[in-house]
Ligand binder design. Structure first.
Ligand code: UDP
Ligand code: MG
Length: 305
């Protein structure tokens, strides 16, 4: 069985063409398949359209979440309820082309657990491409996990990977990082990427920034450790300053200058302390959120399962 998992958030304009193209590609493959749409609390016509597909075709299944939980929570729902020996994950906005599915599957059959679709020409705005590459560079350095360049949502995962993924309990869900953390062998296949022609991107820069920060913090305790390094460095610096002050007093006698130095360093050090307090806060808030143990998403309705 092959599963196609798609997360949908207000994609009404794209769904009909998406469904047509995916089902055409999948029925040509000559294998049993299911198409799982996870509706992430859409407020447009998406849920009705998906309902229509389900009535027409029993191979289409939908999971409706009770509200918008975010793409990564939604895909977790899809992965939990899919049956496939191979699971294809793609975006529902037609930026990932359904026609590329066979190419990814062929690569997977060569014996890889994970096959990533690599966007050679990412059809997104320049600023988004730029910030994404900065993030991925930072993520690789900080987490030590290798994520291939040009990584997109579009990928094929084996049943083993899906089972392992479904065991991950955490609330901060940067899916690409979690899959990299699992290990397994992967391979990359270049894919075409289309610009978004209908509907809007669901990610603005602020949201992407928050997600990036969340991903970095949940994959590394480096920021936490940085404070002790900075602390040692500043303590050492203050020792040098003390020696210098003593030297000046001995040579020139007593002088009360250096108001500016005093005030700026006061503000600087206060700022630094608050900053690292904030860093500690970020980690504590993650402990808090995980300790609450709330589920990652709430299912409202499941159709055709
Ligand atoms: N998406 C989702 N929940 C969200 C935001 C997005 O399920 O809260 C889905 C969206 O419908 C699309 C995919 O995630 O299928 C990627 O979103 P989008 O195309 O807006 O991201 P971009 O391509 O701009 O990075
Ligand atoms: Mg998109």
């Amino acid at each position: 069985v092959l599963s196609v998992v798609l997360t949908v958030y207000n994609e009404a304009e794209n769904l009909t063409e998406l469904y047509d193209r995916i089902s055409r590609v999948m029925s040509d493959l000559d294998q049993d398949y299911e198409i799982i749409f996870v509706d992430d609390g859409s407020v447009d016509k998406s849920p009705e359209i998906l309902e229509g597909f389900c009535q027409k075709n029993p191979k289409v299944k939908t999971i409706n979440l009770s509200r918008n939980f975010g793409q990564h929570a939604a895909v977790a729902a899809g992965f939990t309820h899919c049956q496939g020996d191979w699971v294809i994950w793609m975006d529902a906005d037609l930026q990932d082309l359904p026609e590329e599915i066979p190419k990814l599957l062929r690569e997977a059959e060569k014996g890889h657990d994970i096959v990533y679709g690599i966007r050679e020409n990412r059809a997104d705005p320049l600023l988004k491409r730029l910030t994404a590459s900065i993030f991925f560079w930072l993520f690789r350095r900080i987490s030590g996990h290798s994520l291939p360049k040009g990584l997109s949502t579009f990928r094929v995962l084996s049943r083993r990977v899906i089972e392992a993924f479904n065991e991950l309990p955490e609330r901060s869900r940067f899916t690409a990082g979690l899959i990299a953390w699992l290990g397994f062998s992967y391979s990359c296949v270049p894919i075409r990427h289309a610009p978004r022609t209908r509907g809007q991107s669901k990610y603005d820069h602020l949201k992407l920034f928050r997600l990036s920060l969340d991903a970095l913090i949940s994959f590394s305790d480096y920021p936490l450790k940085l404070s002790s390094k900075v602390g040692v460095f500043l303590a050492f610096l203050s020792l040098l300053m003390a020696l210098y002050t003593m030297y000046r007093k001995l040579i020139y006698g007593f002088d009360i200058t250096g108001y500016a130095t005093l005030v700026t360093s006061l503000f600087f050090l206060c700022g630094l302390q608050l900053f690292f307090l904030g860093v500690v806060g970020e980690y504590i808030s993650r402990i808090f959120l995980n300790a609450q143990g709330r589920p990652i998403y709430i299912v409202k309705k499941m159709t055709n399962f």
